[in-house]
Design a protein around this ligand. Sequence first.
Ligand code: AGP
Length: 611
Amino acid sequence: MCGIVGAIGTQNAESILLDGLKRLEYRGYDSAGMATLDAHQTHIRKAVGKLGALASLLKERPCPGSVGIAHTRWASHGRPNEINAHPHQFGPITIVHNGIIENHAALKKDLLAQGHQFESDTDTEIVAHLIAQFKKEYPTDFPKAVSKALELIHGAYALAILDQDSPDTLIGVRQACPLVVGLGNGENFLASDFPAVLSHTRRFMVLEDGDMAILHKDRVQVQNIHGEIQTRTPITLDWSPATAEKGGFKHFMLKEIFEQPQAVIDTLRGRFSLGDLELVLEGLQTDLLKNIQQITIVACGTSYHAGLIAKRLIEELAQIPVEVDLASEFRYRNPLIRTSHLVIGISQSGETADTLAALVLAKSKNAQLVALCNVVDSAIARLCNTSAGTFYTRAGPEISVASTKALLTQIIALYLLALLLAQQRGLLHAQTLEKHLDSLYQLPLLLEAALKQEPEIRQTAKRLAQSENILLMGRGLLHVAALEGALKIKELSYIHAEGYPAGEMKHGPIALIDEKMPVLVLAIQGMNYEKTLSNLEEIKSRGAQVFVVCNETDHELRQAYPNALLIPTCSPYLVPALAVLPLQLLAYHLADLRGLDVDQPRNLAKSVTIE
Ligand code: AGP
């Protein structure tokens, strides 16, 4: 999730672009850069690290000119260094890009065969070469050259493009990644997100997939790649800059909960095709996984819960024994590790001290290592890249301390890994694999459906907001969802919430249950449902306030237990992914109703880089 800003007008573009990047800082970045045109020269400045590095560079070497583009990079692949930082230039073309060009390898191979040479290992640079190549065919038609290049690329992209030979023109392209046009007086703008240029204009055109916006200082035209004019009605935004950073949501956490369908789409993108049923888990040395006899997963907090889900998926699909261990325990228990062992470290930040230490210990015992991270080139990723590699989730920057979209994308990535391990062992027929991939393909729509329950979930939160304790229970994978729900409620609302296996209720926790103890039970058909119904009866008979998470189609259960959080029916492998969503929203609204700092809960940090 990179940040793009563009400007064309009569003012010096540098200050507009730098200010725009600052307003996109919340999107996270590991490098930043800018390019401007004056007369017929392109000025490019790039710097690794925080935005201050670019600002200092510009103080020494300003970027003159009244048209320009700028970029903050959240690396999705290619190391975060100056060479890979955007903008990228080839010939007269300079470009910044957010997204992923799925067929970048094939395009690069063709261009290399034609004698092209590349400086970076990004997919973006390839697009600059393609447009420059078509500019030779259409020397006076910049938009045409861009259109011809777009016909060749597949994937998700938002682009801002300059042509040294067309200093009165700035082009923006949108395909599955956000891009808006800011409409000023005698100046116009491009941005990944409204906040970048909200201080210059409140009038915007929101581009749609397939749109190419051609900006001049006094007019904007939108067309598709075939040159057909598109009508995009301008909107006027009355958000404050702070509200705009959160996309109109009250908190980053709520924005990130609602980003989950897109995060899942991004994490799946390019990693399998329903056509040839090939799984492509780039970044993993999959040959090193073929002879693995035993897997241990090490992680902390929510990532540990993702590991518990992965255990069930890998054992069932690939029939490899899996242990899941809290990293803080693993690192001190002198674990039995052999060379046929794979140790997987799950970490959103890739910097969690206990998880890193656990992996260092595993490496010292000659295990193969795999990292599942959301931050490219993080410490855990770098360590595991010396072994079997890193598989990245593509959740984009997760700003809120509470992990939500990171967890969803971890579950999806681990599901793909389980399928790959099963395929390697000849345990997965093509038809079965197709069914799994098809259900993954449907997940974003199911998540969207589950998100529509938010108003009812807020009402449920109102009934629980004064509670001092909440007991959550479920069986099998729903026990893991209960653990995650309890963690979210604890860390956000400071209510003491406990997740427990429902089958254990009579071995202790039932003593807690009375009319003062609210109990939330996850009861989904096909997930040891009948036994869970018995648990519900036992709880109800003791006078507790009962809440359930159940399928929206389970009308009988909803009749018996009207305090229901509903999820759509789905494949049993995806139930945890859907079941945690109402619990995330419940925890969010409990914290909001209690007037707490949702995005920065007390005593917590986004990444626990110390023990
Ligand atoms: C989850 O909401 C918490 N923020 C916390 O438990 C987190 O999952 C844990 O600290 C692990 O972080 P990591 O995934 O970055 O390693």
